[in-house]
Design a binder for this molecule. Structure first.
Ligand SMILES: [Zn+2]
Length: 264
């Protein structure tokens, strides 16, 4: 088999006798050409030495399941700084708390996670693994209506938040159509729920015959709305994004956070 090489030969490799004799000569120049561009880029691997100083962030986790707050510190290493291949990756994780009950497990978990960070490759799987941990005693709600199935899951959420901050993870972008649909559903729901208290109050007034009682549900509803902020009061838990953002209209449940929708 004859191969004509049109380009200049920039490099070559000696083919070992045990390698396939026919395929190697053709592949070698191509590989040699591609190499110089990729060779300078440092990827994360076990041998990358820890610089004396690392940048990072500390997150506070307050859970009703824990008496004291947890402080989670994630430090990052910046690879290929100042080049187009600049990459910030988590390098180590520490957890501090006054609560020493779970100390040995916390130390074990953080050491293993730090080791995974330093191994290199895709480390974002840790987020999904941790977020899938359920506490048999039951989870709890964060402010904003996000359900945390366990404190370990919240640790996963913190790492996710950190990975988004350093650009390792990205929010699944809702397209313009989905966003418009969510906004439309929300406006419709809010318009309907604004009308309702008036109708109820009007209906209740002649029966109850009390002014203060008919006023209270409306004022309570507006108070709740101001408190929860993001989603209308009465929104229920979405099982896709774990947020109290599902509203029901015309027999269809729609999540105002992620857009998940189910009818019937
Ligand atoms: Zn959702």
């Amino acid at each position: 088999m004859t191969i004509k090489i049109d380009k200049k030969i920039k490099g070559y490799a000696v083919v070992k006798p045990d390698e396939a004799a026919a395929a190697a000569p053709a592949a070698a120049p191509v590989a040699a050409e591609a190499e110089p561009a990729g060779a300078e880029v440092i990827q994360m691997h076990e041998k990358v030495e820890r610089p004396d100083t690392l940048i990072g962030a500390t997150y506070k986790i307050k859970s009703p399941l824990f008496e004291h707050a947890l402080y989670v510190t994630i430090n990052d290493i910046v690879l290929n700084q100042g080049t187009p291949h600049e990459l910030r990756r988590p390098f180590e994780i520490f957890i501090n708390s006054k609560n020493m009950d779970h100390f040995q497990w916390i130390v074990a978990l953080t050491r293993i996670m730090s080791a995974v960070f330093r191994k290199g490759g895709d480390v974002t799987f840790l987020v999904e693994e941790l977020k899938a941990v359920f506490d048999p005693r039951g989870g709890y709600f964060k402010t904003g209506g996000v359900y945390m199935p366990s404190i370990v899951a919240e640790l996963g959420a913190v790492i996710e938040q950190h990975m988004k901050m350093i650009g390792l993870l990205h929010d699944p972008e809702l397209d313009a159509g989905q966003r418009a649909l969510i906004a439309e559903k929300r406006a419709e729901y809010e318009a309907r729920s604004k009308k309702k208290p008036d109708v109820e109050a009007a209906a209740a007034a002649p029966v109850a015959g009390s002014k203060s009682k008919s006023e209270s549900p409306a004022s309570a509803a507006t108070g709740g709305e101001a408190e929860s902020g993001a989603f209308p009061p009465g929104a229920t838990l979405c099982h896709k994004c774990n947020t109290n953002a599902t509203i029901v209209m015309d027999g269809c449940a729609t999540c105002l956070n992620c857009g998940y929708s189910k009818c019937g």
